[in-house]
Each structure stands twice: as C-alpha cells, then as structure tokens.
Design a protein around this ligand. Structure first.
Ligand code: SAM
Length: 293
C-alpha cells in the first residue's frame, strides 16, 4: 500500500529516535523525541515544518537521543521542564518538578492563597520551603499577581540560583525573596501560608528507586530518619512558629506517610485534613494554626 506519502529526512530521523528511545524502555518516546528535535531545531517540526538539513545539527540531535536512551532525564537535555503550563529552567543538581505528584499541592496552594488574599484584603504572605527550581513560587505568583508575596527557601545554593532565574523569567522576582537556608532558619515571617514539598523518601525507598532517581540531588528526595519525615517534622514546627494565627500549612508527602504526619501536625494545628487527588489518593496535608496560638 502506497498512500503517496514520502517521509522527509527529518521525519525519518525522528522515527528512528522514537524507536531507539522505546528500545531503551523509556515511555513517552514520541514526546521525548519531539522535545529533543525542537531543542536542536527550535520551532521546526519533523512532519509539518522540517528544517534544512545540516550534518552538525543531525549529530547534535543524535547525541541527545543517545544520552536520553542512557537515562539522562529529558529536562536535563532540554534545560526546561513544564509545570502548570510554565516552561521552567532546570539543571543537574536541582530537583526536576513532577506534575504527577505535585500538581495537587500547586493547585491547592493557589486556591488557598486566593481565598486568603480575599479574606485578608491584602497580599497573602507565602513561605515556600524547599523551593527547588521555584515551580510552586512561580505558579502562585503568576496566578495571584500582586495579591501575593513569597519567601522561597532552599538548602541548596544551586536551587536558589535557578529559582531566581525562573522568578525573573516570569516577571515575579519583585514579589519574591530567596533565602538559602535550612527550612526557615533566619526567616522570621510572619506568614499567612507555608507550603512545602519536602524530601520525604526513606533511605530504603531512595535505594530501591535509585536507577530512576540517581540523577536527582539526594537531599531533594531523601527525607532522612526511619520514616522519611525528619525534614517534614521540622517544616511543621517551623511553620507553627512563623504562621500568623489561622495561618495555613500545606505539605506534600507520600501517601503512606500522611496519617503519621497528620498526627504530628494535630499536636499544634487544628482542622488537620488530607486532600485527595482525582483518584481518591491523599496527596496533600492541610492544617490551620489555632486562633489563640
Ligand atoms: C522534593 S524537592 C521539591 C522542589 C519543589 N518545591 C517542588 O515541589 O517540585 C525538595 C527540595 O527541598 C530542598 N531541601 C531539602 N532539605 C531541605 C532543608 N532542610 N531546608 C530547605 N530546603 C531543603 C531540596 O534541596 C529540594 O530543592
């Protein structure tokens, strides 16, 4: 059967890349190959807008495909990751945000911030602990505009540098302050909201998922302690100290940790609740600081 369609050199190159990425056992091979194609040829498209052929560019593309097949994360090859429709800069040494797990925290952070800004009738003061590339800070500020300010902290200087560039990229830098510190040390607040997606894997979990996670900075994923909640406990403590009465804490944790973390939060917070995702799985812990505290 000849449907009368001739494959261009670009579409053949693209199809070979999809096959290679598939053979390497990586899902989303179509999307990955297209993203790598457009890393080399920007807005060109292998099927609808093939670029002019140059040997150097083809070599560059093949090298990228080779590294992808070897397990280098797509975001490290393209230099960007998409989170809530935002193309954010990332680099090795800085955690790559995952919509799959963190979209719920982002959505709830925005919803709570929007509600608080309306009730308080002034910009809501948000602390984003462990900001990574700044994805949550940018998402909140992009949506709320001048109804929010953010102090974003991270223990990793590389994360603070990338977060600064992402805040600037989206014109949010004037409403954000970045602090390289441990949790909220040296950051007095007060805040109306504290949000965090802290490292929360246990050491055995980190080891078990090492082939998938080995390119991530260990301090971004390993929550320390037997139950992976060592950093989360400190975030809960620090949030209690920095939040205004009635202020709100939002934490992303692993499903298996939610009830234990909720019990920790319930010692000092009220209205402790678990927010479930569309599949009914708890993804976010939400707690309110008591009025009289
Ligand atoms: C799972 S990543 C989350 C990044 C981003 N907020 C997100 O949701 O995608 C955890 C981040 O917390 C930072 N981190 C780890 N321990 C920390 C600590 N003790 N104080 C501040 N940041 C910390 C890591 O460097 C990393 O950027």
């Amino acid at each position: 059967v000849n449907p009368g369609i001739t494959l261009s050199w670009a579409s053949e190159l693209y199809c070979d890349a999809v096959d290679a990425i598939n053979r390497a056992g990586i899902t989303d091979s179509d999307d990955d190959a297209l993203a790598l194609f457009q890393t080399v040829w920007s807005s060109a498209h292998p099927f609808t807008a093939p670029p002019p052929h140059t040997t150097a560019a083809v070599g560059e593309f093949e090298a990228l495909v080779h590294r992808r097949c070897a397990g280098v994360p797509l975001a490290h090859l393209t230099g960007t990751v998409r989170f809530m429709g935002l193309d954010l800069e990332v680099e090795p040494g800085v955690f790559i945000p995952r919509e799959r797990t963190t979209l719920d925290l982002a959505r709830h952070s925005i919803a709570v911030a929007t509600g608080l800004a309306a009730v308080l009738d002034r910009p809501v003061r948000v602390a984003d602990v462990g900001t990574g590339c700044g994805n949550l800070a940018v998402a909140v500020l992009e949506t709320l505009g001048d109804r929010a300010t953010v102090v974003a902290t991270d223990i990793a200087p590389a994360a603070i540098a990338v977060a600064g560039r992402n805040l600037a990229r989206f014109g949010c830098a004037d409403r954000a302050r970045l602090v390289c510190t441990d949790v909220l040390d040296g950051v007095p607040g007060p805040f109306d909201m504290v949000i965090a997606n802290p490292p929360y894997l246990t050491r055995p979990e980190t080891n078990a998922r090492w082939s998938e996670l080995r390119r991530e900075p260990v301090q971004a994923i390993d929550g320390n302690g037997e139950d992976g909640l060592a950093v989360a406990r400190r975030v809960i403590d620090a949030a209690h100290g920095r939040l205004d009465p009635a202020g709100i804490l939002l934490l992303e944790l692993a499903t298996s940790q939610m009830h234990r973390a909720a019990a920790v939060a319930a010692r000092r917070f009220v209205e402790v609740d678990l927010v479930h995702n569309g599949s009914g799985i708890p993804r976010v812990l939400l707690a309110r600081k008591p009025l009289g505290a």
